[in-house]
Design a protein. Structure first.
Length: 364
């Protein structure tokens, strides 16, 4: 199996278009056409993890955090990033990162934490904008169903938990084929009038090329009239964090105990317990202080995340409880998430979880 078969599958679940602007997810080291024997899954790719991959015979490392965040001007081994990459290249090991694109999907990192804590009926806490497009295409009524079905097949028309959503309006189109044309309907040099349908669908922008290809494959005209509009709508299924409810409310102190034990952390930093009971829970794996206002708007009793600064705890302002469980701790189950995704698709492929604790923060 080639590396690209694995990366294409992962990107079908968490497309690279869903990552944040600052991120660098994707294949960072290696050739996508190389044969992969086995994969090692880790939260961070470090020198120790590369050594582990060598020992286990894994020639692909799948990490949550990219080892390369910004441009590299040289590989001289002057820091851990350069040394890790050199070591991987020397041993013909590819490195792939699946970071904020996995954070931002509905069944991603934050949803995994919610599952562990028993938080149900989750929705995206802060849906993203500028990810949706609208297509309007005109075709003869006799071929409208064929075009519509082709669009649905490549992923157009998904809205929330509904699919195959479209709107159709009927009218009449006119055209005149000039010399050199090969019209499906009408005659050269004569204006033709045809009963046509305007089919409108919404689609995520990363599927635009597939949508255009689908139109060309299904449409009978050699010149196709269509428009693509940029939408300001939020993409409800894609974005930062999740919010959901416990099946039964818990006392605040008891929930913190559950949180500490479930997330296997030595320390939970939290703000004043202004809520006696916890029912609505907001979650963001990794750094999520930017979601505090979203959590308040969602009427969450508690926001579980990491990397809150001292002064940011004051922003809870007696409206919500902030619980900072640590960056590594909040993302530790991401390895299991990636593992489960791969095994579901490639049941006979050798996938292993790294046993290296890459958390750079120690507790005394």
């Amino acid at each position: 199996m080639k590396i690209k078969e694995i990366t294409n599958y992962l990107e079908s679940i968490a497309p690279l278009h869903f990552q944040e602007d600052y991120d660098n997810s994707g294949l960072l080291v290696g050739n996508e056409n190389s044969i992969v024997d086995a994969a090692l899954i880790t939260l961070d790719c470090t020198e120790e993890v590369v050594q582990e991959a060598i020992a286990l015979g894994c020639n692909l490392i799948i990490a949550h955090h990219p080892i390369i965040f910004s441009g590299l001007k040289k590989l001289a081994g002057n820091n851990y990033v350069e040394r890790t990459i050199i070591q991987a290249i020397k041993n013909d090991i590819a490195i792939y990162a699946i970071h904020t694109n996995l954070d931002n999907v509905g069944n991603g990192v934050s949803a995994k934490i919610a599952e562990k804590l028993g938080v149900e009926n989750c929705k995206i806490l802060s849906p993203k904008k500028d990810l949706l497009r609208q297509l309007a295409v005109y075709c003869p009524s006799s071929d409208a169903e064929k075009v519509r079905n082709k669009l649905f097949k490549v992923g157009a028309g998904d809205i929330g938990n509904y699919d195959e959503c479209s709107f159709t309006s009927v009218g009449e189109g006119t055209f005149k084929a000039n010399e050199g044309c090969n019209p499906h309907l009408g005659e050269i040099g004569e204006r033709h009038q045809e009963k046509e349908e305007r089919i409108e669908v919404i689609f995520p922008k990363h599927k635009e090329q597939a949508i255009i290809t689908a139109i060309k494959d299904a449409h009978p005209y050699e010149e196709i009239a269509y428009q693509i509009y940029i939408l300001d709508n939020v993409y409800e299924n894609i974005g930062s964090g999740v919010v959901g409810k416990l099946s039964k409310s818990m006392a605040s102190a008891a929930f913190l105990e559950l949180l500490k034990s479930t997330m296997k952390t030595d320390c939970v930093r939290y703000s004043k317990l202004v809520k006696n009971k916890i029912e609505t829970v907001a979650i963001c794996g990794g750094s999520g202080s930017f979601l505090l206002s979203n959590a308040k708007s969602a009427k969450a009793d508690i926001l579980i995340t990491a990397d809150f600064k001292y002064h940011e705890f004051f922003d809870a302002d007696d409206d919500i409880i902030i619980a900072d469980i640590g960056h590594y701790e909040s993302e530790q189950f991401t390895k299991d998430l990636i593992y489960d995704l791969l095994i579901k698709k490639f049941s006979k492929f050798a996938v292993q979880l790294s046993k290296v604790n890459t958390n750079p923060i120690k507790y005394f």
